[in-house]
Design a binder for this molecule. Sequence first.
Ligand code: FAD
Length: 494
Amino acid sequence: MTVARERQNRIEADVVIVGAGPVGLALASRLADTGRRVAVLDSGGPIPAPDHDLGTGTIDGHIPYFDLAECRPRGLGGSTGLWGGWCEELDEIDFEPRPELVDDRIATGWCLTRKDLDPYYRDARAFCGIPDVVPARDWLRAGEVCVRDCPFELRSFPVLGPRRPGYRGWDPCADERVDLLLGATVTRVVTTDRGDAVDHLLVRTADHELVVTGRAVVLAVGGIETARLLLSSSSAAWPTGIGNGNDLVGRCFMEHPHIDAVRLHGDPAALDIEFFLERVGGVTVDGERMATAGALVLSAAASRAAGVGRIQLFIEMAGDHAKHPLPRLRNGRRVSARYAAPGPRELAVISSTEQVPNRDSRITLSSDVDRYGVPLPILNWRLTRTDHRTAMFGIEAAGRLLRELGATNVRRRLPRDRWPLDTLGGPHHLGTARMADSPADGVVDGDCRVHGVTNLYITGGAVFPRSGYAPPTLTMIALALRLGDHLSPAPAGR
Ligand SMILES: Cc1cc2nc3c(=O)[nH]c(=O)nc-3n(C[C@H](O)[C@H](O)[C@H](O)COP(=O)(O)OP(=O)(O)OC[C@H]3O[C@@H](n4cnc5c(N)ncnc54)[C@H](O)[C@@H]3O)c2cc1C
């Protein structure tokens, strides 16, 4: 490991990974086992922290969003220093094309199936140190009364809590096989004159610039930074940005809109609310008791029948949703949502739903630049009528279910025609370099290689062509491990 490398002008490796978040680290761990020379570069230090110069950006559009520097800490472990740690997997339906959900002709399927990812989910769970199966305790009253007829399934999943995956079984700082360079920001991806391969990366540290070359280069910098780096690395061969010949880089930004959707009164014991709350116990891993949480998930059959996206609902004490620690902005101003104080024993159903891809939801470049002269990103997060219909479907079904269970004073909080001001994101940054077999439909192919650039790969949320309902990090890690197997034993060379 090299935390502050002595002045050096050139680094070479078989595989260069940009980004030491969970995704870059998972890939590095996979490749380290194969004897490849791996270099991992990360902009931040050993403890992830927001960088209000390199990590900032503008929030544009109709929905406020988190301060971009605050929600994307830089450094070893990336945003997992902050994350909630909910580890869920996508279902088979989430990998399938669902053209009925999109307004224009956007390809919606993955180039792989859930089955293709199964072995990598297993390895991703091992990498994170979580069990294969988290037994779902029956939600007794729901089991007896409602689940048979309602469109939801009960799910239970592990909650890791803030930590840096990889630190359980593998420590990148102690692994001599990985050249880890912290405080190293990639400012430009430079391709060959023809644009068909990456020639080198330009990298800035606090006091000098260096050139890094690799037979394969992987961007694992998160969904917003991926678009920013590709767009800002434009050249004669790629005049609108690398991989952007079909104007798709940065478009189709997807989140999981979270809303405080339904308020109700009820006896928490009678509603068996404990099932839904994050709680420690039940599962023990390596002698440690791990938290689990429960949720209601719209079944694949119900999602298809209703022509809506996937939905996940949690129940919590009213008011908790408003306590999100990250500041939110819109058009340069801080937004604070005002809430009526919750009544005694008031509960809230939080809905987190699939956002379908739409081209207007996107990352573009600002004329403002960071301290290294790289243009800052502008985020314009846009939701569609389909997204609203999905949320409304979940809310109405949840209202019916909870009334049957004895809840009273059930109030829907989503207006018919707009999103509430307290709509939050995951924060999950997906879709900005989407996967598709054809370059007309996507930026990367099924191997996560940028169409038209033989040795440039992208991994992480950027490649998701659909968002599904599940928090995405476990899937991102599975994809990174799969990419590791693709790159070794034969990394793409020039
Ligand atoms: C508050 C919060 C709660 C969350 N809760 C959950 C949850 O419960 N479940 C879940 O699945 N997900 C959750 N997430 C999302 C999760 O943290 C991300 O999906 C995950 O961290 C993405 O991993 P990554 O490695 O792709 O990117 P990141 O974690 O963002 O790491 C990217 C790394 O790249 C580095 N980098 C960026 N640009 C450059 C550059 N130009 N040069 C060099 N290095 C660069 C950064 O320094 C950073 O360390 C949450 C996120 C937040 C903020």
